[in-house]
Design a protein around this ligand. Structure first.
Ligand code: FAD
Ligand code: SF4
Length: 530
């Protein structure tokens, strides 16, 4: 239903007192601005599972389970607080396909003085609710989402007049604003960033701590069966679902990470090991993004671990930077760059996404590891996303629409405000350098250094052109050749282009031919058929 289409929009009656309050599926926080002045005697809280939200991306089964189970439990939590909740399940008789439609239906069924919501987290829904607000005779109040540390105004003010937006400088502002890891005016330990001590390759024989995940509770188990029945053809394995689905479970999972894993987070942040899904990562993005955890609270707890000597500064600073630095910066970029951000294609990428992104059927061990983790857990850690699947998509030249849609579909934590700048900016440089100062392009050598994948791979990581040559190698050099007009003068790319300059014409031709053969083998056809 489009705004204004089917339901009457009437003005509040003279007796109207209460508010209709909307809570969306990624707004499951007690502190949500739309609930801050909840009047349980007069207000109605509306929550709805609707078709449009299930269909805007080809969601992983575990994402459905996560969001529906968490929504249902949050509705119960509100009811226990005394709130009157109208909860629409997917396909309930009389329900409509859209959130705006459900808001109009609830508004028409009652008599409300106002409709209140917290701003949605993406342009698609923001535009729909803005249009609704413009048409509605009942006043609609759209409040800022203050679960984030930087408001839109803060980010815009910081970005204004800068030639380049660099996360590192924004991060310092966030440190000062929150006081996290600050000793007075100075950063704890005398430095803002401890990355020189981080990002070590995985040492031989060391394995990450065992992680158990969160066993599905009763609500989750019921939702798992529904999702299996209704979304049988969607990507992913629903049966291995192990995400927290309420605030208590999320809190327990975070505590387990803080106790057993955080201390080595920084050191092994970029490492990859075969068969290890979580490595030393927190696995909290899904909980953060739907509101079960509060980012500032998570960071304060990490800081407490440092201050009490339970975790070193390099780990805690690195962890806090991901949340108040990267996460906030990425969101700022999403809203600052506007609706057409996703239409940019700075590198002129034109290829289709290879099928192995969905099936995992490839001899490239690094890619198989990432896709299998993704299929089984709706998760892959940052370096797999960035340096394996993202890097490969950029080297192949996959069109931004295809690779963006894949990332938006396959992760439980994927919501457009955070998925898009990471994919379109950081991983594939399709935005031309808004998020990253250079493409994160890498050959097999990087993956070999940071993982144990290559030893047992069918391909030879040291070879560039032979039948068993690691595909990342020829594709990397071919990428440099293709991207030279766009990034060849970038000072941060000086070293790779110096190396490319040493390559003679015959070598270049061989690289190009090999890269084309690989693209053909991968089924990465040109989308325009040329
Ligand atoms: P950890 O490594 O333990 O980090 C802790 C937290 O820091 C994360 O939970 C997350 O909230 C935050 N964080 C770390 N890096 C980033 C980042 N680059 N951007 C934003 N937040 C960050 N993150 C999502 O939440 N949703 C996405 O859809 C998403 N898509 C991505 C796509 C690509 C191509 C890339 C390269 C990254 C993407 N990220 C996304 C960022 C990051 O990979 C995930 O947040 C992280 O892997 C989640 O796992 P974790 O909770 O174990 O994170
Ligand atoms: Fe990946 Fe190449 Fe290493 Fe195989 S050899 S795991 S394809 S980087």
């Amino acid at each position: 239903m489009s705004p204004g289409a089917a339901q009457p929009l009437r003005a509040p009656g003279p007796a109207a007192k209460g508010a209709l309050r909307l809570v969306l599926g990624d707004q499951l926080s007690d502190s949500l601005s739309a609930l801050q002045d909840l009047d349980t005697a007069h207000d109605l809280v509306l929550m709805a599972e609707v078709f449009d939200e299930t269909a805007y991306a080809a969601h992983h089964k575990q994402k459905f389970i996560l969001v529906f189970s968490a929504m249902r439990q949050f509705a119960e939590r509100l009811r226990r607080r005394g709130a009157n909740v109208r909860y629409i399940r997917l396909g309930d008789p009389g329900s409509g396909p859209s959130l705006v439609g459900e808001a109009m239906r609830a508004a028409a069924d009652g008599d409300f003085a106002r409709i209140v919501l917290t701003e949605p987290g993406e342009w698609r829904l923001k535009d729909a609710f803005d249009a609704f607000a413009a048409l509605s005779s009942t006043p609609v109040e759209i409040r800022a989402d203050d679960r984030f540390i930087a408001s839109h105004e803060t980010f815009r003010a910081w970005a204004a007049g800068r030639k380049e937006l660099r996360m590192e400088f924004f991060y310092r502002l966030m440190r000062r604003k929150t006081g996290l890891l600050m000793d007075g005016e100075e950063p704890a330990g005398g430095r803002w960033n401890f990355d020189v001590e981080n990002r070590a390759p995985p040492p031989k024989g060391v394995r990450p701590p065992a992680r158990t995940g969160t066993p599905p509770n009763e609500t989750t188990r019921a939702v798992m069966m529904e999702v299996e029945a209704q979304f049988a053809n969607n990507f992913g394995d629903g049966a291995s679902f192990a995400y927290p689905t309420n605030a208590q479970e999320a809190d327990a999972a975070l505590e387990a990470f803080m106790t057993a894993v955080l201390a080595d987070f920084g050191t092994y942040q970029d490492a990859m090991l075969a068969g290890e899904v979580s490595m030393w990562h927190a696995r909290i993005a899904a909980s953060l993004n739907i509101g079960l955890l509060d980012p500032l609270d998570v960071c304060r707890r990490a800081e407490a671990a440092f201050r009490s000597g339970r975790a070193p500064l390099n780990a805690v600073e690195g962890f806090v930077r991901q949340i108040i630095g990267w996460r906030e910066f990425i969101r700022g970029v999403y809203w600052l760059e506007g609706r057409d951000y996703k239409t940019r294609n700075a590198l002129g990428a034109v290829r289709a996404l290879p099928d192995f992104y969905w099936t995992g059927e490839t001899d490239m061990r690094c890619v198989r590891e990432a896709v299998v983790a993704t299929r089984d857990h709706a998760y892959a850690h940052h370096i797999q996303r960035l340096m394996v699947t993202g890097n490969l998509a950029m080297l192949i030249g996959v069109h931004p629409d295809e690779i963006n849609a894949w990332y938006l579909s396959v992760y439980a934590d994927a919501f457009e405000w955070v998925e898009l700048p990471n994919t379109h900016g950081m991983a594939t440089f399709a935005d031309g350098g808004v998020v990253g100062s250079k493409p994160y392009a890498a050959s097999g050598a990087y993956i070999n250094r940071m993982s144990d994948y290559c030893g047992d791979c069918r391909y030879d990581v040291k070879d560039r052109l032979g039948p068993k040559a690691c595909p990342f190698n020829a594709l990397y050099w071919d990428f440099l050749i293709n991207a030279e007009p766009v990034v060849g003068k970038n000072p941060r790319m000086a070293m790779p282009y110096r190396n490319l300059a040493r390559m003679d014409a015959a070598d270049r031709a061989a690289i190009r031919a090999k890269a084309e053969t690989l693209r053909a083998q991968f089924g990465a056809r040109r989308r325009d058929g040329s």
